[in-house]
Design a protein around this ligand. Sequence first.
Ligand SMILES: NC(=O)C1=CN([C@@H]2O[C@H](COP(=O)(O)OP(=O)(O)OC[C@H]3O[C@@H](n4cnc5c(N)ncnc54)[C@H](OP(=O)(O)O)[C@@H]3O)[C@@H](O)[C@H]2O)C=CC1
Ligand SMILES: O=C(O)C(=O)[C@@H](O)[C@H](O)C(=O)CO
Length: 282
Amino acid sequence: MDITTKLQLADGYQMPQQGLGLYKVTDQDNLTEVIKASWEAGYRLFDTAQMYKNEAEVGHSLRELGVPREDYFVTTKVAEANQGYDQTLASVEQSLKDLQMDYVDLLMVHWPLHEQFFDTWRAFERLQAEGLVKSLGTSNFGMIHLQYLATQANEMPVVNQIENHPHLVQPELRNFLQENNIVTQAWAPLGRGSVLAEPTIGSIADKYGKSPAQVVLRWHLAHGTSIIPKSVHPQRIIENADIYDFSLTVEEVAAIDALNNFTRISQEPEQVYERGRQYPHH
Ligand SMILES: NC(=O)C1=CN([C@@H]2O[C@H](COP(=O)(O)OP(=O)(O)OC[C@H]3O[C@@H](n4cnc5c(N)ncnc54)[C@H](OP(=O)(O)O)[C@@H]3O)[C@@H](O)[C@H]2O)C=CC1
Ligand SMILES: O=C(O)C(=O)[C@@H](O)[C@H](O)C(=O)CO
């Protein structure tokens, strides 16, 4: 296993297990340099979203690499405000224009917005049939949202990107995803830095001569999770990729699991779902 390791998706495509998160990364952070550093460190998956407002810069930076399109994997996500059938089609057309790409590898519904995700999903299935999107995914969907989606979807998501770190371990949801052939992808895999001072993580890091961030990323890999840590610092980008020369014991994995305190960095998906009731129907 190394940074080129790919996970098999239920639709037949493969996805690099590790990628680079791009939330809040813009040209002001030297995006082109960030992407170049990550490419050199072996990253092949790049995670953006309509909401990040950096798709044009991300597309430009990827083209600057001068490598064939099929050598990298791009994820984008349909924003809350763009959900609904026509809005999704129009917004993805705009994303592709901004990215200057013929297709995205993975398209996600960013948040589970009540009722509207059905229409959004119908648009996803059409975009896939038209070849504009290879794989379909969800983000921030809980079990209940996926079960509800299944009542109307022809195809289920192959990836669900969820908040997941040692303070929000979500074992039930992860198990449910695994049982349903949906890859768990962790957003904020480092808890946005909030978990790095945990003494348990620090002592494991000392044992292996690794950093706390490396130990946390390795913990995700032990669970088979896909990871997209974000950094704008080349040194950290390299550090976060240098996690394939050690592994944690079962006891160490369990000790990190035990740090779960149900702390969320962002919104509770169920609240977003409920908020969807207030949107006018499209
Ligand atoms: N689907 C969704 O709803 C969401 C998706 N995401 C996606 O997930 C990605 C990752 O999540 P994100 O919220 O960015 O949080 P992460 O858990 O990836 O943490 C990023 C933070 O940790 C710092 N950091 C990175 N590497 C190290 C290191 N080795 N040592 C110490 N600090 C480090 C970064 O600082 P610095 O950059 O200064 O190095 C930054 O402040 C996002 O970029 C985005 O692509 C995120 C949120 C929600
Ligand atoms: O980064 C994302 O994809 C998000 O959805 C974020 O906006 C997330 O909701 C967040 O962390 C806000 O602080």
